[in-house]
Design a binder for this molecule. Structure first.
Ligand SMILES: Cc1cc2nc3c(=O)[nH]c(=O)nc-3n(C[C@H](O)[C@H](O)[C@H](O)COP(=O)(O)OP(=O)(O)OC[C@H]3O[C@@H](n4cnc5c(N)ncnc54)[C@H](O)[C@@H]3O)c2cc1C
Length: 290
């Protein structure tokens, strides 16, 4: 039996594992995909104190993975599929077996929302432009969303795309001033507010028109469609132990169930950033050692 199982190797889970391991605990980190979590995909990591100029999601995730390795934290790439409270602690079922621990820290983070419309057969929207440059270079791109994440990825797309159309259902962009100013200064970004994508028209596998209700964005050469319209908490596993409010856990770091802790973006919070995720992980990791 382990002392502490941490589910999710994003910034919150890695932080929790580091603090618990440093306190002499026998920890196990479970990750269903890759170390780094959501941030591993972003085009540029900004505003987290200490990141270097030009830090990308993948380079940040690599450094997290290195830290896990040199800190001797055991990781299993398995998806947790169930948590059971037992007399001794917890059993965590995964897609490959089960593991027991005295305590569990759940840091399962969020998944990005998809467009709430039926997509034409064979057509897929994308979330992350980094690494996709060849597919949109010189083309028209539509990106849905107007938050910090959408704005940052729009700015990245604009470096290679012919034109970037941001489609925001609110009456203005909801991003920080820094991004707003850069968007205003970019001569190939058009912001469409108060509307949303209603239809994506595809012929011969190529999208040439995106309908926004009153307005249509067209390009005979093809249009790529990206989506950054928010996130849903990965709460399924935790719903039996926690209050779920609007897709996130309305819970403190220490759950009502003794020995269970929640950390990171999965919780209801006003700010979802690496800084708040690692702060949660630090606190949950230390609390779980007590
Ligand atoms: C477009 C965009 C840009 C961003 N840019 C920045 C930025 O520049 N600076 C900044 O500070 N923040 C940024 N953020 C926010 C930042 O990514 C998050 O705040 C941070 O990743 C949250 O960390 P987390 O560990 O709580 O969750 P996540 O990063 O979501 O990690 C959760 C991990 O749990 C794993 N997992 C989920 N379910 C299971 C399961 N059942 N079993 C095993 N593993 C599981 C997932 O695979 C994932 O690896 C950005 C977010 C977006 C969307």
């Amino acid at each position: 039996m382990k002392d502490i199982i941490i589910i999710g190797a994003g910034p919150a889970g890695v932080s929790a594992a580091l603090y618990a391991k440093a306190r002499g605990k026998d920890v196990l980190l479970l990750e269903k995909d890759k170390i780094g979590g959501l941030i591993a995909n972003v085009s540029k990591v900004s505003h987290f104190a200490g990141v270097g100029d030009g830090e990308t999601g993948p380079t940040f995730a690599d450094r997290l993975a290195d830290q896990v390795k040199y800190s001797d934290i055991p990781v299993l790439f398995e998806e947790a599929t169930g948590i059971e409270k037992t007399a001794e602690g917890f059993t965590v079922q995964t897609n490959q077996g089960s593991h027991t621990a005295k305590k569990v820290i759940a840091a399962t983070g969020n998944s990005l929302k998809e467009l709430p419309i039926d997509l034409p057969a064979g057509f897929a929207t994308k979330h992350w432009p980094l690494g996709q440059e060849e597919s949109y270079a010189g083309k028209t791109v539509v990106i849905n969303g107007g938050s910090d994440g959408a704005s940052k990825e729009a700015l990245y797309l604009a470096q290679k795309a012919k034109a970037v159309h941001m489609v925001q259902n609110q009456d203005k962009l909801l991003c920080i001033d820094e991004f707003k100013q850069q968007i205003e200064a970019a001569d190939n970004i058009v912001v469409h507010t108060g509307c949303e994508v209603q239809d994506i028209k595809v012929e011969d596998g190529v999208c040439r028109a995106v309908n926004l209700g009153g307005e249509e964005i067209t390009d005979e050469d093809g249009i790529e469609v990206y989506v950054q319209i928010g996130q849903n908490g990965n709460t399924d596993l935790l719903a039996p132990f926690a209050k779920v409010e609007g897709n996130f856990l309305a819970e403190d770091l220490a759950a009502q169930t003794e020995g269970l802790f929640f950390a990171g973006d999965i919780r209801v919070k006003t700010v979802r950033q690496i800084a708040t995720a690692v702060a949660d992980g630090c606190l949950a990791g230390i609390m779980a050692c007590k």
